[in-house]
Design a protein around this ligand. Structure first.
Ligand SMILES: [Zn+2]
Length: 383
C-alpha cells in the first residue's frame, strides 16, 4: 500500500499547508511540549461527547487551503481553524476507497475488504469499544452515513465485540425513500448514492423500520420530513438535517457523520466539485454551530473533522487532477484533521505526521475507553 508514498513529499505538503494557514487564518505553530493543565479537568469524562465528521472524498489544496482556493472554504478559514488545533499531515496508508477507508478510520486498523461490498469491518469499531467499556446503551452511539453501502459500518464481526454492541446506523437516503415510497421524482437529487462506480447501485428500498425511526426517534412526521427535504439541495444537506435532528432528540455521546458531496468530482465537472467543497465547508460550520447551541452538546463536545483521504496530483498521468483518487500517490494519501472543543488549544497548527489510524485511540483517550485492537496512537496534542 505504501508503494507510491513519499515521506518527504508528505512532509513538505504539511509544511506548505501550515504556511497558508498561518498567513490566512492567523494560526501559530504548536509545540507538543506545552500543555495547559486546566484544560483536561474542565469536563468530567462521563459528560464528554464527541462528534466526528469525515468526508468521503477530500479536495486538493488548490481548491481549499492555497491562496486561490481559500474563497471556497470561508467557514473553515475564518470560524473553525482559528478555534481549533489543526494537523496538516494526516497520512492514510490503506485502500483509497470510501467505504473501506471510512471503516478503517472507525476501527483504527487498515481494513482490507472489497470497498464495493456491504460487509462489516473485521476489527472492532470505535462504537463497540465505547459502548462495551463504558456500558453505554445503543442510543448513545450513532452513525449518519451517505450510502446504503455503509449500513454495516457500525458493528464489526470481531468475536470479542460485535453482536449488538455497535452503533445504530441511520441512512438518510433510505429514510427518504421510505417516506416517499420510492416513487417521487422531486427527490432524485437527494438520492444519488455513489459517484464512482456505475456498477455499484445498492438497493435503497426503504421499509417500515425506516418509517419507525423517522417517527419514534427523530420525532418527524412523514409529511414534515418530505416537505423539509424539498428545501434541500444535496444528499449531504439531507444527512446534516438528520444529524441535527438526532442531536436534538437523542443527543448521542458519540456521533459520526460521513459526508460525500465533494466526491461528485468523479463525474469530471469542476464546477460541481467546487460547489461540493463550498457546501461541505458550510455544513461543517452548521454542525459546529449546532454543537454550540444544543444544550446537551454545548461546552462538553470535541469535534473532529477529517477527509478519509485526498485526491490525485495533477502531474500524475493516471490521476487526472481533481477528479479521482486512483494512483495512491502521496497527495491522495496526505490529508488533514481539525479538532475543536473545550479542552483543545485554539488557533494552533501541527505539522508532524499523524496516521489515519490515530483517530480511534485519540477518541478513546478522550472518552475513557480502551481501543484494544486499534493500531494507531493517541494524538497527545489534543488530550
Ligand atoms: Zn471517490
Amino acid at each position: 500500500m505504501r508503494r507510491n508514498y513519499s515521506r518527504e513529499v508528505s512532509q513538505s505538503l504539511g509544511r506548505t499547508r501550515r504556511e497558508f494557514l498561518r498567513d490566512a487564518a492567523g494560526v501559530t505553530l504548536g509545540s507538543a511540549l506545552f500543555r495547559p493543565s486546566w484544560a483536561r479537568a474542565a469536563v468530567a469524562s462521563s459528560k464528554r461527547k464527541v462528534v466526528v465528521i469525515t468526508f468521503g472524498g477530500g479536495a486538493r489544496d488548490q481548491e481549499t487551503f492555497m491562496q486561490e482556493g481559500q474563497e471556497n472554504i470561508p467557514h473553515l478559514m475564518r470560524e473553525l481553524i482559528p478555534r481549533a488545533s489543526f494537523f496538516t499531515q494526516v497520512v492514510n496508508h490503506g485502500i483509497l476507497g470510501h467505504y473501506v477507508a471510512t471503516a478503517s478510520l472507525a476501527t483504527g486498523v487498515y481494513e482490507t475488504f472489497n470497498n464495493f461490498a456491504a460487509v462489516s469491518p473485521e476489527s472492532p469499531t470505535i462504537f463497540e469499544y465505547f459502548r462495551k467499556d463504558l456500558k453505554r446503551p445503543s442510543s448513545d452511539a450513532w452513525v449518519v452515513a451517505p450510502s446504503n453501502g455503509f449500513n454495516r459500518i457500525g458493528e464489526s464481526t470481531h468475536r470479542s465485540y460485535g453482536g449488538g454492541l455497535g452503533a445504530r446506523v441511520i441512512l438518510p437516503k433510505r429514510l427518504l425513500t421510505a417516506a416517499t415510497s420510492g416513487g417521487s421524482h422531486d427527490y432524485q437529487h437527494l438520492l444519488r448514492d455513489n459517484y464512482e462506480s456505475p456498477y455499484f447501485t445498492p438497493d435503497l428500498v426503504g421499509n417500515e423500520f425506516e418509517l419507525q425511526q423517522l417517527e419514534n426517534i427523530l420525532k418527524l412526521s412523514v409529511d414534515d420530513f418530505k416537505s423539509h427535504a424539498q428545501t434541500l439541495s444535496s444528499p449531504d444537506e439531507l444527512s446534516v438535517f438528520i444529524a441535527r435532528r438526532l442531536m436534538r432528540q437523542v443527543a448521542p455521546s458519540l456521533l459520526w457523520i460521513t459526508l460525500h458531496d465533494i466526491d461528485v468530482a468523479h463525474a469530471g465537472a469542476y464546477s460541481l466539485y467546487i460547489e461540493g467543497i463550498r457546501r461541505t465547508d458550510r455544513l461543517c460550520s452548521e454542525l459546529w454551530n449546532a454543537i454550540q447551541t444544543e444544550p446537551e452538546y454545548a461546552g462538553n463536545t470535541t469535534l473532529f473533522i477529517l477527509p478519509d483521504f485526498g485526491r490525485d496530483a495533477d502531474d500524475d498521468a493516471g490521476g487526472n487532477g481533481f477528479q479521482h483518487h486512483r494512483t495512491g500517490d502521496t497527495l491522495s494519501r496526505t490529508t488533514w484533521m481539525l479538532v475543536a472543543g473545550p479542552a483543545v488549544r485554539e488557533g494552533v497548527v501541527f505539522d508532524r505526521a499523524v496516521d489515519s489510524l490515530d483517530l480511534v485511540p485519540t477518541v478513546g483517550s478522550l472518552l475513557g475507553f480502551n481501543a484494544a485492537f486499534a493500531q494507531g496512537k493517541p494524538v497527545h496534542e489534543v488530550l
